[in-house]
Design a protein around this ligand. Structure first.
Ligand code: ATP
Length: 283
């Protein structure tokens, strides 16, 4: 049996705005997402027979249809109308429930691996259509890089990626449910919103200080209201000379951009005194 592997990158939100709520309850978004080099490794094998077997290094995660990667395989086979025996192995590195699209990126990688196994039977647009039925972040995870994501996550516009940036990512020692945060958002009065056009300009110009002037994550008020620890991590990053520090997605992970290796390293060491998931990345 031939194995197909893919790295499944996590993401951060350089901005996140909610622009409307559809009658069916789906939130319309305008968010700038950026892939980061913190990734799971996904391997897929296809053989004779039927059934899906999923092995995942994090033993707290489900291995049946509760796992979004498992559902991705089911949906792909349905779509191409094939029955096959599928083995999926996932080595998790992205923290779970972090706001870094850990599950979504695994699902995206399964779709891409299966498509290679089936001789690229679907094009990227069709893979993204399947992806959207799994979750709003899956289409972006299929594309990767840096994108403005609109609609309910299906309208993606590519933006040049940031270059030569030092990024610190720190997840508090708890997770949040994306669904709960969006529900709470519906009852929260939002006082500040990002200037998404200016955010895109700042990213194009590779200018973190201009990004700081224009960006915001509207879910930050919601998650920070419940978990003030998020603000404490941001303050620690700023006290170590971060140019920008904010929460990604529905949280609780906080990221910061730094200019100097010594500042990011000292900040990482400080955060590691209390936090389990802290890593320095280069993008
Ligand atoms: P997003 O940024 O897309 O909102 P997240 O990073 O906040 O996602 P995930 O790590 O995707 O959150 O986990 C959310 C929930 O999904 C967890 O409670 C977990 O049990 C479940 N889950 C199902 N499949 C996976 C998977 N392959 N990897 C991680 N979590 C998964």
């Amino acid at each position: 049996m031939k194995a197909f592997s893919s790295v499944a990158n996590g993401k951060i939100n350089l901005s996140l705005d909610i622009t409307g709520i559809r009658p069916d309850g789906y939130h319309e978004v305008a968010m700038v997402m950026h892939s980061v080099p913190l990734f799971d490794v996904v391997t897929v094998e296809v053989g004779e027979g039927e059934g899906i077997t999923l092995e995942i290094s994090d033993k707290t995660l489900p291995t049946d249809s509760k796992n979004i990667a498992y559902r991705a395989a089911e949906k792909y086979l349905d779509r191409i109308n094939e029955k096959s025996r599928i083995y999926i192995r996932i080595k998790k590195n992205i923290p779970v429930g972090a706001g870094m699209a850990g599950g979504s990126t695994d699902a995206a990688a399964v779709l891409k691996c299966l498509n290679r196994a089936f001789d690229e039977r679907l094009d990227e647009k069709e893979l993204m259509e399947i992806g959207l039925t799994l979750g709003a972040d899956v289409p972006f995870c299929i594309k990767g890089g840096c994108c403005l994501s609109e609609g309910i996550g299906e309208v993606l516009t590519e933006i040049p990626t940031l270059k030569g940036k030092k990024l610190l990512v720190a997840k508090p020692n708890f997770s949040v449910s994306t669904k709960d945060v969006y529900t709470e958002y519906d009852h929260t009065e939002i006082k500040k919103r990002p200037d998404t056009k200016a955010v895109i300009e700042a990213v194009k110009n590779n200018d973190i200080l201009a990004l700081k002037e224009s960006t915001h994550n509207v879910l930050e008020e919601v998650t920070k209201g419940i978990h003030p620890e998020i603000g404490v991590i941001e303050d620690i990053m700023y006290s170590h000379k971060a140019d920008l520090s904010m929460m990604t997605g529905s949280g609780p992970t906080v990221f910061g951009f730094f200019q100097k290796d010594e500042d990011i390293k000292t900040c990482a060491d400080k955060l590691k005194e209390t936090l389990k998931d802290v890593c320095i990345l280069k993008i």
